[in-house]
Ligand binder design. Structure first.
Ligand code: S3P
Length: 443
């Protein structure tokens, strides 16, 4: 988070990655687990919660609005909720740190409660657009005073009862979809979201699991998700699968470092999240799904990944929503592939924790990777398997995924890649560097 002092790190080339590892719990599911359990009457139990800064920001906000949330000595989280409609007025501003998901989903919850809440965030979050949620939530009756450009800090006043709306998503965003559905939970009548392009569907799956009356229809206009307010939530036992977006770094690392052979156990493989696996397989990656199973309503498997020569591809545009967080590390894979990879149709990358297109250009180009920048993506010419030059400093831009992606690039660089600040990694993957050490035999 913004308060942490910068933590520079030089990454040098390392030998093969070997062994079995687990990745932390899925970030999207972890946020939703705390929020939804915080709306159930009675005790929910959450295993495998991601204990990263982003999710802890959600926990703090839900506590500030009345939920009781505790972690026991075995790492299991217990939540006693307030009931749908029961959130309380927070006494102080809700500090969201770096977390866009916390901010946008909690704004949805506040929108249909009779409370006033102020949201603040770090320098990265304070640059990100909130207009995309302010617009539909205003239509439902919430009132906003935001910083210029619809940004944080902002104060919102919810309306209870709010007005149900039918809203067609203007951007492919699971956060916007979820914000409207969460506002609809405590709104009488039917709130509808029309999603022309499919985005991650964890909210829909989990809302139904908690007892919301929710229907999903596939139509020529897209998916129509209808939620009937006002909902009553029953407490749940949740097991959070490993985050495919965290597994992504190891999939690319093992693919590009010769001799690697790893198994990432317990990875969530929800079809709305697996675009990177599809893209890497198109490039020639050797990824095998072992022991596929269903955990907590989500498909899960262990992924065995072995080094393989990669070839350039044109990344299909329709994969973008299902790999939106994985583009930075896909760019790294492309830097080691044979030929010119083109990844376009991903303009949303400009408004993530950093402008991820600009940040990866600034990181890869001085480290010897030829590339061309487009408004909606990049073209990258790879080495064909050999090392990149490395040796240049990298700015992580308060963006965990830039820091981890460039650490992966450093594994295959001739000279050290020096990252100015790896502290943002704690937002989603606190143990990343110790896992890197153990996979490469340094512990
Ligand atoms: C998320 C949705 C995505 C993703 C983010 C988590 C979620 O954002 O980038 O890391 O949990 O709903 P958008 O919905 O804005 O694309």
């Amino acid at each position: 988070m913004s308060s942490a002092p910068p933590l520079p790190l030089a990454i040098s080339a390392r030998g093969p990655l070997r062994g079995t590892l687990t990745v932390p719990g899925d970030k999207s599911i972890s946020h939703r687990s705390l929020m939804f359990a915080g709306l159930a009457v009675g005790e929910s139990r959450i295993e495998g919660l991601l204990e990263g800064e982003d999710v802890l920001a959600t926990a703090a906000a839900m506590r500030a609005m009345g939920a009781k949330i505790e972690r026991d000595g075995d790492g299991v989280w217990h939540v006693w909720g307030v009931g749908v409609g029961g959130l309380l007025q927070p006494e102080t501003a809700l500090e969201m740190g770096n977390s866009g998901t916390s901010t946008r989903l909690l704004m949805g919850l506040v929108a249909s409660h009779p409370i006033t809440a102020t949201f603040t965030g770090d320098a990265s979050l304070s640059k990100r657009p909130m207009g995309r949620v302010i617009d539909p939530l205003s239509r439902m009756g919430a009132d906003f005073t935001s910083s210029p450009g619809g940004r944080l800090p902002l104060t919102m006043r919810g309306l209870c009862p709010a007005v149900p709306i039918e809203y067609t998503l203007p951007v492919a965003s699971a956060q916007v979809k979820s914000a409207v559905l969460l506002a609809g939970l405590n709104t009488p009548g039917i709130t509808r979201v029309i999603e022309p392009v499919l985005t991650r569907d964890h909210s829909e799956r989990m809302l139904a699991g908690f007892g919301a009356n929710l229907t999903v229809e596939e139509t020529p206009q897209g998916r129509i998700i209808s939620i009937h307010g006002e909902a009553e939530f029953k407490p749940q036992q949740i097991t959070v699968p490993g985050d495919p977006s965290s597994a992504a770094f190891w999939m690319v690392a093992a693919s590009i470092v010769p001799g690697s052979d790893i198994t990432v156990a317990n990875v969530g493989l929800n079809p709305t999240r697996i675009g990177l696996i599809t893209a890497l397989r198109m490039m020639g990656a050797d990824i095998t799904e072992v022991n596929p199973r269903i955990v907590g309503g989500e498909p899960v498997a262990d992924l065995r990944v072995r080094h393989a020569p990669l070839s350039a591809i044109e990344v299909p545009h329709d994969l973008a929503p299902s790999m939106i967080d994985e583009y930075p590390v896909l760019f790294v894979a492309a830097a080691f592939a044979e030929g010119r990879t083109i990844a376009r149709g991903a303009e949303e990358l400009r408004v993530k924790e950093s402008d991820r297109i600009a940040a990866m250009v600034a990181a890869l180009a001085p480290n010897g990777v030829p590339l061309e920048e487009f408004e909606d993506g990049l073209a990258i010419t790879g080495t064909g398997g050999g090392p990149i030059a490395g040796g240049a400093p990298v700015a992580s831009k308060l963006d965990h995924r830039i820091a981890m992606s460039m650490a992966v690039a450093g594994l295959g660089a001739k000279a050290d890649v020096i990252i100015d600040d790896v502290s943002p990694v704690a937002t989603s993957y606190p143990g990343f560097f110790s896992t890197l050490d153990s996979l490469t035999g340094r512990t």
